[in-house]
Design a protein around this ligand. Structure first.
Ligand code: HDL
Ligand code: ZN
Length: 382
């Protein structure tokens, strides 16, 4: 059932074909994924400074040699590359990347994308769209055919975290314009472990006076992704972020103070997961989603998904991939099915043991809810 259910991947960093080179695909991008760069710098004598002077091809070659030839790929990230190559019929013990690069070069991009979505069992992904990103904004000026497999989400980090705008009226007008232009499914922001709400800060004021009112005006949820400690090691660039335990009273306050807003919430610290389940039980305008980033490892996914079934029943969004490279969909959703399938089966088995027969329709309902319809219902504006 899980294998045949098409999922909606509600948070990724993928881009539809209309965004050109912003959409990443192929072995060089798969190998230079920042999850793997963090592992490389621990295994290789090459320093980050030296690494950043290399070309993309040189970085991918170094990654392959260091983590896949000179070592055994057992981590989540390295096994992911193996799973993608295997699914595409490529030699996972190749001494070098020549033949693999040739394969990707020979693919018709559209046919390849369709094949990847099929292999991953994904019907739609939600992008991360930043209207203040100079590379991305011009693509929104052009009217282009939209690919229904890619839905927009309006990302707020530059406004709420980086001080791009401080005036609430200006932010409100800006967001209204972009909601009309982009038609996002939701707005999103990543927040530090130190996030407080309410507080005497620009971020808190912009949330209250601009973001949340515009979300109400357009009927959009806002995704709060809490617990990121950005750039704890700047030399690693994207790989330099870490996680921190957040004070979820901020979440409690914002959900209670804004009952007419809907919230999607993911927190990055494993230590916050149980209390997030408790809070989700307190607020019907709070929907918990995914096993984010450093949590997207089988050992943690198992633990937090069991807590969620026990405390929330089927009322949560089980996973998002956070994929940055197209083919990552294949391994991230393969891993999710492999990990969460048995957990759901055990929960349903216990329902049966406790005295309620479980039918095929029950299983289908459960799978569909946690991997698609809970999200689709949450973002429906009608
Ligand atoms: O802020 C985010 O959306 C995070 O997912 C970051 O993009 C992070 O770098 C990431 O890719 N996590 O998987
Ligand atoms: Zn992300």
């Amino acid at each position: 059932m899980l294998a045949s259910t098409q999922v909606v991947d509600m948070h990724t960093h993928l881009f539809s074909p209309r965004f050109g080179a912003m959409g990443l695909s192929g072995i060089d991008h798969l190998l230079t994924y920042h999850y793997l760069e963090a592992e490389l710098f621990r295994e290789s004598r090459v320093t980050p400074e030296e690494y950043w002077t290399l070309t993309l091809t040189q970085r991918a070659d170094l990654m392959w040699k260091t983590l896949f030839v000179a070592s055994v790929p057992v981590s989540e990230g390295t096994r992911g590359v193996i799973a993608v190559m295997s699914a595409l019929g490529l030699d996972t013990r190749a001494a070098d990347l020549r033949a693999v690069r040739e394969f990707f070069r020979d693919q018709d991009p559209r046919a390849h994308m369709t094949r990847v979505f099929k292999l991953a069992g994904v019907s739609q992904v939600v992008m991360t769209n930043d209207p203040l990103d100079a590379n991305e904004a011009p693509f929104w000026e052009q009217v282009a055919d939209s690919d229904v497999r890619f839905a927009p989400a309006l990302r707020l980090d530059r406004i709420l975290n980086d001080g791009a705008m401080a005036d609430a009226a200006e932010v409100r007008a800006f967001l209204e314009t972009w909601c009309r232009r982009m038609r996002p499914l939701y707005m999103a922001v990543s927040l530090p472990d130190t996030f407080r709400y309410p507080e005497d800060s620009v971020r808190s004021r912009l949330l209250s006076e601009a973001v949340l009112p515009v979300c109400r005006e357009f009927g959009l949820p806002v995704a709060l992704m809490i617990g990121v400690r950005r750039q704890v090691n700047p030399s690693l660039k994207l790989a330099g972020d870490a996680s921190g335990r957040a004070d979820l009273r901020a979440l409690e306050n914002i959900c209670r103070d804004h009952p007419c807003n809907r919230f999607l919430v993911s927190v990055l610290s494993r230590e916050n997961q149980h209390e997030l389940c408790v809070l989700t039980r307190k607020f019907s305008n709070l929907m918990l989603f995914g096993c984010w980033w450093f949590l997207n490892n089988a050992s943690v996914v198992e633990e937090i998904t069991r807590e969620r079934f026990e405390m929330l029943g089927l009322g949560f969004i089980a996973q998002n991939s956070d994929a940055r490279v197209l083919e990552q969909l294949i391994y991230k959703w393969r891993n999710t099915r492999r990990t969460i399938g048995p957990i759901l089966a055990r929960q349903l088995e216990m329902t049966q043991e406790d005295g309620r027969a479980v039918t095929r329709a029950d299983v289908e309902l459960a799978v569909t809810r946690i991997f698609r319809t809970n999200f689709e219902t949450w973002v429906a504006t009608t």
